[in-house]
Write a protein that binds this ligand. Sequence first.
Ligand SMILES: Nc1ncnc2c1ncn2[C@@H]1O[C@H](COP(=O)(O)OP(=O)(O)OP(=O)(O)O)[C@@H](O)[C@H]1O
Ligand SMILES: [Mg+2]
Length: 240
Amino acid sequence: MLDLINVSKSYGEIQALSNIQLSIKTGEIVGIVGKSGSGKTTLLRLLNLMEQPSDGKILIDGINLQTLPKKAVRQQQQKMGMVFQNYNLLENLNVQDNIALPLKLVKEKKPTKVRELLNFVGMSHKAEVYPAQLSGGEKQRVSIARALIRDPKWLLCDEATSSLDEENTESIVRLLYKIHQEFRPTIFFVSHELETVKSLCHRILVMENGQLVGEFPNNPNQFLDEKLSYLEKVKRSLQS
Ligand SMILES: Nc1ncnc2c1ncn2[C@@H]1O[C@H](COP(=O)(O)OP(=O)(O)OP(=O)(O)O)[C@@H](O)[C@H]1O
Ligand SMILES: [Mg+2]
């Protein structure tokens, strides 16, 4: 359970977030949509503890995150996987070493786990390849595997499909859905692509000028039936 109570964030004169009130259930898939500059990334940066609110409280299971000592904050951050629009892979590391990187930072090595994740995201055949030789969709699969390496309870995706074409977007959404089925993380999926958000999320939050201006339940169903042909999906999408 995650609660934001009257959370605001300002950078000098700029009010990036104003009075956000929000409760998220464990295991929920929450979509966050809004125009550029509406505060979506700032909200994620507060959730992953990269930034502190200027006002208000963020509680995880009733515990106020601002009152935690530094070590506990780091432990909390390790429960969070991040996925970005530009993948953030290290160009000088191959696929398997990129995936293992968060482990190396905490001085662990888990080759079996890396192999399992490579398999899970469908990238086993490119384990030794470097990011420059991958397509955008493949890079995002690697970055998702890296986000999963420490068994996150939270998966925070900031425009994870916004650089991808329709087909890759769909396959990444399917992968996120599969991750949710298998590991049940709470997922935050930030995007300006409403149709993509509708295809994945249980609830859609709308942001405008740093405020939460709307909240809608959603029944994610599009794209997720792998058996449909591309033609069939286009037909259904045009009918709906
Ligand atoms: N570190 C910062 N310093 C100053 N202003 C910032 C900072 N980060 C964000 N802002 C401002 O806060 C507001 C919200 O920014 P944010 O990045 O959260 O928007 P966004 O919804 O993610 O936009 P986009 O869709 O373009 O990614 C913007 O006005 C932005 O300029
Ligand atoms: Mg953003």
